[in-house]
Design a protein. Structure first.
Lengths: 449, 408
């Protein structure tokens, strides 16, 4: 049976229905009030939910790749710290994020394969008194992952391209270079130090010359003496000052600690000048200052043997880190007296300040202006205007061949043969380590940064 | 309700029940949902928050490693170290074992001894005190004498005056056993040859200079004298020569006598100018001039005594700017220790950088093979054989001396 309901008729006159009318009014008013109250309550609750600021806690960001096998430390902190470019034994070049993720092959170049000039060659030893690299990286890769700066097996500074495998030799025939070309940050200014070795019975550097080129390989200048570094902005280069060489006279026969005896030479570097792309140059480190700073670690040194072998420009171009060696130090000086010193040179004042360290190793400037170096089994970071900090001790067995800062200067990478150790410069207690995926070439900013 | 075929339709004329409570609840729910939707639609979203990185548990900062083998080797050649710690004078072996309190309530800044009987003499806040093996103490030098420096060997002592309120050259030669004192015209700094009865001190002209202590000028001498007990000291480096070598206005800030008393190391310079260390024979002949890094001043100098040969160690610390007058233990600056050999006049850096931050104590081991540098971070031991070996030591405190024999 279906029950139908008629529309309610007006029953106002019915006194029995007065009470129900009140209930009906309530049934009308109560829902309206309830809806309004609900709107207010729901709105307030929604506002609190939507407007609340969530705290983003990043333990391992979603989508981040898993840490490399064997990694230790808070590797997620390396996310966004740039890209590491490196090579392997077969000459392949790779790039990966600093946290080890996103590895990709950039290309291959036969000259990048792990081969070096035969050690112990007298030629190489003689050239060590002319120039020595601030670290032992075999090659540098440009941030674009295509250009390669290297020294070929036959001793020529060369720029290669991974994309097409091409090589452009930067020193003229008959000349060798002391290392890979130095370059500006954008690669538009290149500098090469070249040398010739001759002499009997002991080999010696008979000629040293440098070439400054633009990015296309066009020669901008040919300079006497060795070129050591090119400013990041491409506006200047740090080169030997021949005037100081004449002042100091030739370096006599010597037996530097790294190898067999070498003959005397008047081509080695006794002082530095800053060559400017817009014309001219000015002296920045005189031989007298070289002698003065060396005597702080070796008071009785014979000045005739002092030569500059490494010079690296600071990020602002106002300072340089310089390695000075005593070419006449005895062969056993590894265990004996100081035979070399690192010095921080104020290029405006021409004043050098020693960084006293027994057996100084590799060194670098940080983009923030601080310094980091190895020596005596330790790695030290010296921030500007603050006391030094220990980055690592017990380096002797880690085979560290380069100290490289991150593009923002927050990290320092101690690149070793078997492992890479990343140390936070402002808090060395934060360290990340993972197995070395290859031989480090460059720590570049991430594309777009 | 189901309907059967043929069921008639029946009209129910009774009005529907109003149910205000039910309608109210439904209305409230509808309102809440509508309010939520409205809020989601119109309320502006806040800016994305900066991510907070969840750091791993605090890791320990890198420290110099303890090389057990080096520590053991260094421990063989020297007795226990004498350290000042928490207001006590203590002795402890280099590996941190066998710590013993030598004297309570003694904040020693310099120590001579101990001798075979375990007796030593210490300087605490200007008071020269003899400390017996059982820890009892006796003041030396009279009540009115305030010492600024102390040197000596065996029972013979030389205490120089703190120049505040006393003549700068009113030093006392003291006998540690009898307590007898005799005046000698020398001022601070003073030194005593470990193996011979030779002492050295500073002489006039006296200059009061700022830059050594906070907010006060300190008298410093401009010449160096050498003497023996019972004899009048003689000048080995006069003011004219000192200034010719170390610059105009140079003063003497530190002295060290080689064990045989034949060589004097003089730290000379002036605050704000370069400092150097001159090595002069007691006959007056200059053997070496060791320039220091810019702004660095020697905090300690000491000669080793290694089987007849000797080495001078110069511990130079950065004194530029605000570091000039900072207390050693509070000094946040770098420094280095240079070892110089008089035989071939060669040098090498024994340590530098981090271990020299806030370095507050220094000593040669009694066998002359190792130097130790203390700081609030710990003690560093450098053993110099053919190769320089470095190790951290578990010893804590301010290092005062590293003598051969312990007090019994």
């Amino acid at each position: 049976m279906r029950v139908l309901r008629r529309p309610v008729r007006d029953q106002a006159a019915d006194p029995l229905l007065e009470r129900r009318r009140g209930r009906r009014r309530m049934a009308l008013v109560v829902p309206v009030v309830a809806v309004v109250c609900g709107l207010v309550v729901g709105g307030l609750a929604g506002e609190r939910v939507v407007g609340r600021r969530r705290v983003a806690v990043v333990a391992r960001p979603a989508g981040a790749a898993a840490a490399p096998e064997g990694a230790s430390g808070p590797i997620e902190q390396l996310r966004g710290a740039g890209a590491l470019l490196f090579t392997d034994q077969q000459g392949r070049a790779y790039a990966q994020a600093a946290d080890g993720s996103g590895r990709r092959v950039l290309g291959q170049l036969g000259e990048l394969a792990a081969r070096r000039a035969a050690p112990g060659l007298d030629v190489e030893v003689a050239a060590l008194l002319l120039a020595a690299a601030p670290d032992d990286r075999p090659a540098e890769l440009a941030p674009d992952g295509d250009l390669v700066y290297l020294r070929t097996a036959d001793g020529a500074a060369t720029v290669g391209r991974l994309a097409d495998g091409s090589l452009r030799r930067l020193v003229p025939a008959g000349w060798k270079s002391t290392g890979p070309p130095r370059h500006s940050a954008d690669g538009n200014l290149l500098g090469v130090c070249g040398f010739r070795v001759g002499g009997t019975p002991l080999p010696s550097v008979t000629a040293a010359r440098s070439w400054v080129l633009d990015g296309s390989g066009r020669r901008l200048a040919t300079l006497p003496g060795c070129l050591y570094d090119v400013a990041a902005d491409g506006g200047s280069a740090l080169v030997a000052d021949p005037a100081q060489g004449r002042l100091a006279g030739p370096v006599p026969f010597g037996q530097f600690r790294r190898g067999p005896p070498v003959g005397g030479s008047d081509q080695l570097t006794r002082g530095l000048r800053l060559w400017r792309r817009d014309g001219g140059s000015r002296p920045v480190l005189g031989f007298a200052e070289v002698v003065r700073v060396f005597r702080t670690v070796q008071p009785g040194v014979d000045p005739h043997g002092l030569v500059i072998v490494t010079a690296v420009l600071g990020p602002d171009g106002r300072q340089a880190l310089v390695r000075i060696v005593d070419a006449q130090a005895e062969a056993g000086s590894r265990t004996g007296p100081e035979a070399e010193v690192l010095a921080l040179v104020d290029l405006e004042r021409g004043r050098a300040e020693p960084l006293p360290e027994h057996l100084p190793g590799w060194f670098t400037f940080l983009p923030t202006g601080g310094l980091a170096w190895t020596g005596g089994g330790t790695a030290t970071y010296l921030p500007r205007g603050r006391p030094p900090r220990l980055l690592r001790s017990g380096l002797v067995n880690e085979g560290v061949y380069a100290v490289v800062p991150s593009p923002d200067g927050a990290w320092v990478l101690l690149a070793g043969g078997t492992s890479w150790r990343f140390v936070r410069a402002d808090d060395p207690s934060v360290q990340v380590t993972y197995p070395a995926p290859g031989r480090l070439a460059t720590w570049a900013p991430e594309p777009g940064r | 309700m189901g309907r059967l075929l043929g069921d008639p339709e029946v009209w129910d004329d009774s009005p529907a029940r109003p149910r205000p409570a039910v309608r109210g609840l439904v209305g409230l729910a509808t309102g809440v949902v509508a309010g939520l939707l409205l809020a989601f639609a119109v309320v502006p979203r806040p800016d994305p928050p900066p991510p907070q990185i969840r750091l791993p548990p605090a890791a320990e900062a890198p420290r110099l490693q303890v090389q057990r083998q080096v520590l053991y080797s260094a421990g063989l050649g020297g007795g226990p170290m004498l350290v000042s710690r928490s207001g006590r004078l203590e002795q402890v072996k280099v590996d941190g074992t066998e710590r013993r309190v030598v004297a309570q309530n003694l904040r020693a800044s310099a120590v001579v001894g101990p001798d075979r009987a375990g007796v030593l003499v210490a300087m605490d806040s200007g008071v020269v005190t003899r400390v017996e093996a059982n820890g009892t103490t006796r003041r030396l030098g009279g009540d009115g004498f305030v010492a600024g420096g102390l040197a000596g060997a065996g029972r013979r002592l030389l205490a120089c005056p703190d120049p505040a309120g006393q003549p700068a050259d009113a030093s006392l030669l003291l006998d540690a056993v009898s307590g007898r004192a005799s005046p000698v015209r020398l001022g601070c700094p003073v030194a005593w040859a470990a193996g011979g009865g030779v002492f050295a001190g500073s002489g006039g002209p006296w200059t009061r200079l700022a830059g050594f202590r906070p907010a006060t000028a300190v008298a410093r001498g401009g010449s160096v004298l050498v003497g023996r007990p019972g004899r009048r000291p003689r000048v080995v480096l006069d003011a004219r020569r000192l200034r010719a070598v170390a610059g105009r206005g140079a003063v003497v800030d530190g002295l060290a006598l080689s064990p045989d008393g034949r060589l004097v190391a003089v730290s000379a310079g002036r605050p704000g100018r370069p400092w150097l260390v001159l090595v002069v024979g007691t006959g007056g002949r200059q053997l070496a001039s060791i320039p220091l890094a810019d702004g660095h001043r020697p905090a300690w100098m000491g000669w080793s005594d290694r089987q007849g040969s000797t080495t001078l160690a110069v511990a130079a610390v950065d004194r530029r700017g605000d570091l000039a007058t900072a207390e050693l233990a509070a000094r946040q600056g770098t420094g280095y220790v240079l070892a110089w050999q008089p035989t071939d006049r060669s040098a090498r850096v024994l340590t530098s950088g981090v271990p020299m931050v806030a370095a507050d104590g220094f000593a040669w081991s009694s066998d002359g093979d190792s130097v130790a540098v203390s700081s609030p971070a710990g003690v560093l031991v450098v053993k110099q054989a053919d190769v320089v070996y470095t190790t951290a030591s578990p010893v804590t405190g301010t290092l005062l001396a590293w003598p051969a024999e312990a007090a019994p």
